[in-house]
Ligand binder design. Structure first.
Ligand SMILES: *Cc1c(COP(=O)(O)O)cnc(C)c1O
Ligand code: SF4
Length: 378
């Protein structure tokens, strides 16, 4: 536990037992400017943001993640990721609730079958914190278009049946929302039947709990996962500040249970779009034995595009990493499109101008994606 966390816990009279209990954090999430005010001095623009998004985008923050905020600096990377901004209500040209077209690849209520040999299984729309830049921001909004249009109460029978009936699927990625929001027993009721399917070689979990609420990674959860190996987990650290003793401990428990931990970051304007920050992040990750896997270009998701950087600035960061630091500390820089994920290498960029980039996908499909600002100064 960091020094500030301990101090805040004492000041707010939170017992060590409560602080260590993930369910306590879930029940006591900060949801109002008043809640926030006991942790940080809330800036006028943050109060405006909270008011501006009301009724459109929800927000809440675990006390754990709030304890990482710089109390006096509104440009703190934790605050920028977790607290609403009025910019979420502005829409840039080309913005879309689902620019990567996941909806059009849905095979069942919960299965997205976009790539031949692997699928996404949407477990829940619930998350410990609603990250402001979420690619699936429309999961966490009330307006039409949520994946769970028939409701989350519906079971997994139809989805598991689809996976059983498709022997080409060898890799299932549990995501959402964040699947670890489910209790261990509820998760096990999904993982156990998946493991019984002969053609499923690998089960993967995408979860930001190690970052947003590391207390969720209990020894019991790790022991349960270990019974269904091979299981891989990809988490989502975006800034070195997030690598705390608690979050490193969560990764350590997973690793000791034989679950390899990878990291998928998103390149976010003002949060991590600088070589120095990204270098510190990837170094801290490999010290925690977490392998940097992907660095995503921020998609032009409605309500998110104020976080977008230019592709050129992402490539500049990649040039500063490759060769300058440990090879396996360097993630692949990826943009997700309707035609799949595309590594942003020279080979795949056919042309680019002020407002759009033309790319070649792994199947040879040519896709154009809007990039506000496009290429910055050469
Ligand atoms: C990212 C993603 C996957 C997994 O892709 P990998 O490149 O194997 O990590 C699978 N399905 C969907 C829909 C995805 O978006
Ligand atoms: S935890 Fe993941 S899915 Fe949930 S809001 Fe954050 S980025 Fe989105």
């Amino acid at each position: 536990m960091g020094a500030r966390t301990t101090e805040m816990r004492r000041r707010l009279g939170i017992s060590a037992d409560d602080w260590g209990d993930w369910r306590w954090h879930m029940r006591n999430r900060l949801r109002t400017a008043e809640d926030l005010a006991s942790w940080i001095s809330v800036a006028p623009e943050e109060e405006e943001g909270i008011e501006a998004v009301a009724g459109r985008y929800d927000w809440f923050v675990t006390p754990y993640y709030a304890s990482l905020m710089d109390p006096d600096d509104p440009s703190c990377p934790i605050r920028l990721q977790a607290l609403p901004s009025a910019a979420e209500m502005t829409t840039a040209a080309g913005d879309d609730p689902d620019p990567v077209g996941d909806m059009s690849y849905r095979a069942t209520n919960r299965v997205i079958h976009k790539y031949h040999d692997r699928v996404v299984l949407l477990v829940t729309s619930q998350c410990p914190v609603l990250c402001r830049f979420c690619t699936r921001k429309f999961h966490t909004t009330d307006y039409d278009g949520t994946y769970f249009e028939v409701g989350e109460a519906v079971g997994f029978d139809e989805d598991l049946e689809y996976i059983r009936a498709h022997p080409e699927i060898r890799d299932v990625l549990l995501t959402g929302g964040d699947p670890l929001t489910y209790s261990d027993s509820r998760l096990e009721r999904i993982i156990a039947p998946l493991r019984e399917i002969e053609h499923i070689e690998v089960i993967r979990i995408g979860s930001r709990y190690p970052v947003l609420l590391p207390q969720r990674i209990t020894p019991e959860l790790c022991a349960m996962l270990d019974r269904y190996q091979p299981i891989w987990l990809n988490t989502h650290f975006n800034h070195p500040t997030e690598l705390t003793p608690d979050s490193r401990g969560a990764c350590e428990r997973l690793l000791r249970a034989g679950v390899p931990v990878g990291n998928q970051s998103v390149l976010l304007r003002g949060v991590n779009d600088e070589t120095a920050v990204m270098t510190e992040l990837v170094r801290a990750l490999i010290q925690a034995r977490v392998r940097p896997y992907y660095l995503y270009q921020c998609d032009n998701v409605e309500g998110v595009s104020h976080f977008q950087t230019t592709i050129e600035s992402g490539r500049a960061i990649m040039r500063d990493l490759v060769g300058h630091t440990t090879g396996f500390a360097v993630p692949s820089y990826i943009v997700t499109t309707k035609a799949g994920k595309i590594p942003l290498s020279e080979d795949n960029i056919l042309s680019e101008d002020e407002s759009a980039v033309v790319l070649r996908s792994y199947t040879g499909e040519v896709v154009t994606i809007p990039v506000p600002g496009g290429r910055s100064a050469p």
